[in-house]
Design a protein around this ligand. Structure first.
Ligand code: AP5
Ligand code: MG
Length: 213
């Protein structure tokens, strides 16, 4: 099953991907996570991407598309994958469609007023877990439930950068909703609800695909 999770910053793409990974055993491929890993490792690619990410702009396509192409050709993607944060503009969508067809694009629709609160309250762990201080807190403050690591805030989660990221979403990414709707594979999900309610709807949308196979 090849699916993409779509939605603005803070919509809950990473959060919902975790449930799909558990249910279907296919890997989550987050371009944001891949770029942050490059940044942590201090690679040339990471150093180049830093400036763009710090100001909430898109990292240039020649870098991101190459990185994705490499990742989806890896062995663990044989049974499918969940794209999170890719594609993000029409060139990325076209590059992907030259490689393969997606089975579904799950569009998580959230009111803009909720997004900033979700992002500024987010806490991350280096193991990949994500929390929210109010909506999805860890059992012990600042500590990851899964690995015991110290939680931290993402560098681009400051309010000013978040506003930029939202603007970039509106101007460069949002038009892909219609692009995929025209292809007949878009599933809109109301993201203004609890994490569990959204997850139930996402699973329902994906199980219809399973039956169709
Ligand atoms: P990326 O890492 O992809 O960030 P993003 O798209 O801005 O999305 P987020 O990760 O912020 O949000 P999310 O939807 O995953 O929400 P989450 O589940 O964490 O990209 C970062 C940067 O990398 C970009 O700005 C760009 O520079 C670069 N980049 C990445 N991909 C690129 C590409 N393809 N091309 C070019 N550049 C690229 O949830 C958010 C918070 O809300 C969490 O705390 C969570 O616990 C909470 N939450 C989730 N669901 C709910 C709910 N239902 N109710 C209450 N709280 C909730
Ligand atoms: Mg994310």
């Amino acid at each position: 099953m090849k699916i993409a999770l779509f939605g603005p910053p803070g919509a809950g793409k990473g959060t919902q991907a975790r449930y799909i990974v558990e249910r279907y055993g296919i890997p989550q491929i987050s371009t944001g996570d891949l770029l942050r890993a490059q940044l942590r490792e201090g690679t040339e690619l990471g150093m180049m991407a830093r400036g763009y990410m710090d100001r909430g702009a898109l990292v240039p396509n020649e870098v991101v598309i190459g990185m994705m192409r490499e990742r989806i050709s890896e062995e663990d993607c044989g049974e499918g994958f969940i794209l999170d944060g890719f594609p993000r503009d029409i060139s990325q969508a076209e590059a992907l469609s030259n490689l393969m067809d997606l089975d579904a694009v799950v569009n998580i629709v959230v009111d803009e007023s909720a997004l900033i609160r979700r992002i500024t309250g987010r806490r991350m762990c280096k193991c990949g877990m994500t929390y929210h201080i109010e909506f999805d807190p860890p059992a012990k403050e600042d500590t990851c439930d899964r690995c015991g690591g110290l939680l931290y805030q993402r560098g681009d989660d400051r309010e000013e950068t978040v506003r930029n990221r939202l603007e970039v979403y509106r101007s460069q990414t949002e038009s892909l909703v219609e692009y995929y709707r025209k292809k007949g594979i878009l599933k809109d999900i109301d993201g203004n609800r609890s994490i569990d309610e959204i997850s139930r709807d996402v699973m329902r949308a994906l199980s219809i695909l399973e039956v169709g196979k």
